[in-house]
Design a protein around this ligand. Structure first.
Ligand SMILES: C[S@@+](CC[C@H](N)C(=O)[O-])C[C@H]1O[C@@H](n2cnc3c(N)ncnc32)[C@H](O)[C@@H]1O
Length: 230
């Protein structure tokens, strides 16, 4: 007995794929909303009270206080509070979780920060923002284990970072954990970050840093600051 496949089989398969990737995006937003709904900020595995490694690299940039800065996957980080307190006036805090951003907005109550809920692996609002002078990502990029997602992320970074601007990364390093928040992660070295950024970027400074979680466990990170040359 022969089976005849519908002529529009390719289209049907593609629609199914689109649907399943749409569903996974919804699930990802749900995952992070659940995390920020269920756990107190101080108990999150990535909650930090000592911002010194990040601040040390921000100081290297010598940016003026009105320079546009974007904090990627901001979650509930107190880095935003710190930047506002030190008089930076043009900050974007973005995250896939509207729960996290609503909490942050309520906590900060300031005009110095704009809040954008968006997915870095299929950016819509973020694709339309004006160029920024500093892109800060702590513990977000490492979740993009799929090559397409990672490429979308780096294309967004490269298109939204102004010439002379800086990208500051803090990601699990090669000695780091394989999972974070129950999700698999891709671990990085400064060389791997440099390779992703390409020849338009130069490394300004990099170091390894061991972060102590609220539970007392430790997580080795790589910190790296790059300058966009052209
Ligand atoms: C481990 S937390 C780090 C939060 C913050 N950067 C910090 O250092 O405290 C990862 C953050 O990335 C956000 N995130 C994960 N996947 C994302 C995506 N595809 N687009 C935008 N944000 C995402 C999560 O909602 C979460 O707030």
């Amino acid at each position: 007995m022969s089976t005849t496949l519908p002529k529009n089989m390719d289209k049907i398969s593609k629609n199914r794929l689109d649907l399943s990737s749409e569903q996974s995006k919804v699930n990802l937003a749900q995952h992070w909303n659940n995390v920020y709904t269920k756990s107190a900020q101080e108990k999150l595995g990535w909650h930090e009270t000592d911002l010194s490694p990040t601040l040390q690299l921000i100081n290297k940039t010598n940016l003026n206080k009105a320079a546009p800065i974007i904090i990627i996957g901001a979650g509930s980080t107190i880095l935003v509070d710190k930047l506002v307190a030190t008089k930076y006036t043009n900050i974007i805090a973005t995250d896939i979780s509207n729960v996290a951003l609503n909490n942050l907005k309520e906590r900060l109550n300031t005009q110095a920060v704009k809040f954008i809920t968006d997915n870095l692996t299929s950016p819509t609002t973020l694709a339309a923002i004006a160029p920024v002078s500093l892109w800060i990502d702590r513990a977000v990029l490492h979740f993009f284990t799929d090559t397409k997602d990672k490429n979308t992320y780096f294309n967004l970074l490269k298109s939204k970072l102004a010439k002379g601007g800086y990208a500051l990364f803090a990601q699990f390093n090669l000695m780091g954990a394989h999972k974070c928040s129950g999700l698999p992660v891709h671990r990085y070295s400064k060389k791997m970050l440099a390779n992703e950024l390409g020849n338009d970027f130069e490394l300004v400074e990099s170091f390894d840093y061991t972060y102590s979680m609220p539970s007392g466990d430790t997580r080795p990170y790589v910190y790296a600051l790059f300058k966009k040359l052209s």
